[in-house]
Structure formats: C-alpha cells, structure tokens
Design a protein around this ligand. Structure first.
Ligand code: ARG
Length: 408
C-alpha cells in the first residue's frame, strides 16, 4: 500500500540509533503529520547502551520507545536453523543480517498491533536486500499495516544525510571520514560504504571492531572444544551454555585471534553486485565445526545431497523469504539429518585461521578396524578387485566405443 495515499495517524519506527533511522525520527512526523513510536531490538549488536538509544529516541520526539531483548529468541529460533543448514551465502556470508530481519519484522508487527499503529517505518534503502526482507515479512504477517521506507524515496547521499543530521541537532555515530554503514547482531557484523565500495582496495583496519587484524593476533594458538547436540552447539570447552551466550563468548575468543574476516563480492537480490565486509568470528568457527561433524556421521550419499538443500535454504533466507512454506519443507529434511549430529569438535584457533583438529561422535560412520593400515584390519581387500571391475565398467566401455568409432 502506498503510504502517501492514506493518512497515517501513528507510525512505529524500527530504530537502531544509527544515522538513517535517527533522521527518520524527525523526518517522518514532519512529513506525515503523525505520531511516532520506536522499537529497538537487542539482537546482540555491540551498541553498549540500548537505554541511551531509547533516551535519544524520546529526546528526538518519539512518543514511546520500546527496547526488547530478543537475543535468546534470535539464537534459538533463527541462528540454530542457519547452523543446521551450514548457511553460507555464495560460500562466504553467514547470512547474519538476513536472518535477523524476519525476527525484527515479526516484533514490529506485534508491537504495532498492540499500540494501534497503522504504519511501520524502516530505514532501508531501495538498493539493498533488507527492504525485501522487511516488506515481505510485514506484508505476510499483517497486510493491513502500511510500510514506509523514506530512504527509498528521498535520494539523499550519505554525505547529505550526515549534513541533515547535523542541521537538525541529531548526534550520529558516523562522520565524513568514517562513513561506514554497519549492521550487527550475535551472528556477525556487516560493513558497507566508504572505501569498501572500491573492490580493488584492501579494507582498512579502521573498519575492524570485532576482529583483531590477523597480523597483530597473538603468536600462541588457542584450542576450543565445541559440543553439538542434534546439530546445535550445547557446550563450549566443557561448559554447558545457552546458545546466545556461547556465541558471544566465541565471538570474543575467535575475534581476538583474527578469525572471521570475510571480504565478499556479493550478488544482491535486487541485481546489484556489491562489495561487503563482514566480521563473523563465532559463525565461522561454529559453521566449520558443524559441517565437519555432520560429514563424520552421515553417509557419502547424504553428504552429497545435503548441500543442495542447504544452498536453497540459504538463498531463501538471504532473499527474505523466511515465511515461505518451502522453508519449513526444507527444514524437515535438515532437522532429520541433524538428529545424529551429536558429538565434539576440537578447533585450533590461530592467527586468522580456525583448524578442525579432532572430532568424536557416537554416531560416527568411521571404523578404525576397517580404515587402519595396520596389520589387524578387518577390511577384505580382495573384494576390491571385483568391485572395481563393475564400478568402472561403463567408463571403460564408453572409451572403447569411442576408440572403435575413430578407427572406422
Ligand atoms: N549485504 C548484507 C545482506 O544483504 C548486509 C546488509 C546490511 N548491512 C549494512 N551494513 N547496513 O544481508
């Protein structure tokens, strides 16, 4: 629905405290003559003080400012699915921003309904994926609620936005020399804008806030043991932990060792290619460990098939189609395969790398007695001869046919 055509009385703004949404706090009531309330969700972003964001919202004119901690919900209902699906979009990006959007949209609809707001405002531009994720989810959950995305219409450059903020008494965390657009949650941090837009230039160290530059990371490795239960990390170094806490702890450990930097040329859903820079220390370690363990307990056929399902799940999550029924269909398969992904993985973290150095599981399809090259193995090597003859039959035959034809 076009927000301009209908009168809006009360709008709920998804407020991060950053540049664009702070401008919206002033801009929307001015433009639409409506009341504004804000919603800020704690998904584990590094904004130390969400109370400060709340104060800022109220100071800038919001009638009410909600701050809700959804870290546990995010970890338990969203990140778990990404882990089980080994979700790395284009083999690189752990879909960290992408999977938080449907959760944020869900809460926005809930609070908007409770507060009788007739519109939801978000700060996404018309060039990114986030607008798709918000709009599709909101419209699916409540088609009556109008969606306002002024950044899509106002065409301000980043510099102009910074000027607008300055002229309107809005304090902002960016300036012309550090103009990065940042999105953070438990599963990772993404940075865009500024020099990052030049794919040939190395991303400067001033972007890094979660991960130590690997060059400066300590020279001693650190070992980490992750224990999985049905595909989900349940303990870290022997200590049982809620997932959101485990992720926070691991972000710290792996980040300190320079693990988790991702420089990615990304294919956005809106057609653009863009250069994205991520810091995802815990995600990289957990995904690597999960994949290793899953492979260890699954057959060759399962291991060949699962990536096809994973890739589709990851694409759907990236594309903002979280609520499409296909997601549940895919998850039935993914969950089934993860029932046996239980066991421990030992990871060596060292100067920007996470090496898997050990794994164990009661469901392992590994048998030392079969695999060993030592004397008392139980594998009957004589069987291999007949097996190979049949296995290579068609390959051999096809080549013979080719050779015979060439002779004629
Ligand atoms: N490219 C990522 C995605 O589409 C991140 C988008 C948000 N990033 C940002 N810095 N504002 O999921």
């Amino acid at each position: 629905m076009n927000a301009k055509e209908t009168k809006i009385k009360k709008a709920l703004l998804l407020y991060s405290g950053g540049l664009d949404t702070s401008i919206l706090l002033k801009w929307v009531p001015e433009k639409y003559g409506c009341e504004l309330i804000t919603l800020t969700l704690d998904v584990g972003q590094n904004s130390k003080d969400l109370e400060k964001i709340k104060d800022k919202a109220l100071k800038l004119g919001a009638k009410k400012a909600f701050v809700i901690d959804v870290k546990k919900e995010f970890a338990d209902n969203y990140i778990t699915k990404a882990i089980k699906a080994n979700a790395l979009y284009e083999d690189s990006y752990p879909v960290s921003t992408a999977i938080a959007r449907p959760l944020q949209a869900k809460w926005a609809v809930k609070i908007a309904e409770e507060e009788n707001a007739d519109a939801i405002v978000h700060g996404c531009s018309g060039k990114g994926n986030d607008q798709i994720r918000f709009d599709v989810t909101i419209a699916t959950l409540n088609p009556e609620i109008k969606i306002i995305a002024p950044v899509r219409e106002w065409n301000m450059t980043r510099d102009e936005s910074i000027e607008y903020a300055k002229n309107n008494g809005i304090s902002i965390p960016v300036n012309h020399s550090k103009p990065y657009s940042i999105d953070e949650n438990l599963w990772g941090k993404s940075s865009e804008c500024g020099v990052i837009e030049f794919p040939d230039k190395e991303v400067p160290c001033d972007v890094l806030t979660w991960v130590t530059n690997p060059t400066d990371a300590q020279n001693e490795p650190e070992y980490v043991i992750l224990e999985f239960e049905k595909g989900i990390p349940a303990s870290l170094n022997g200590e049982k932990m809620e997932l959101w806490k485990l992720i926070m702890k691991l972000n710290e450990i792996a980040g300190k060792h320079g693990v988790g930097l991702i420089d990615h040329m990304e294919d956005r859903i809106v057609g653009l290619k863009s250069r994205e820079f991520y810091e995802c220390p815990a995600a990289i370690v957990i995904l690597k460990a999960h994949k290793d363990l899953e492979k260890y307990v699954s057959t060759i056929h399962e291991n060949q098939f699962k990536p096809l399902i994973d890739q589709k799940w990851t694409y759907m999550a990236y594309a903002g189609l979280w609520l499409d029924p296909l997601m549940e269909d895919l998850e039935s398969f993914i969950d089934k395969m993860n029932e046996k992904v239980t066991g421990k993985v030992k990871i060596k973290i060292f100067k920007g790398n996470a090496f898997i150095v050990g794994r164990e599981s009661k469901y392992a399809l590994y048998d030392l007695k079969l695999a060993t090259y030592e004397k008392n193995h139980t594998f009957n090597q004589k069987n291999s001869v007949g097996f190979i003859e049949l296995f290579g039959l068609q390959t051999k035959m096809a080549n013979q046919v080719k050779t015979n034809e060439n002779l004629e």
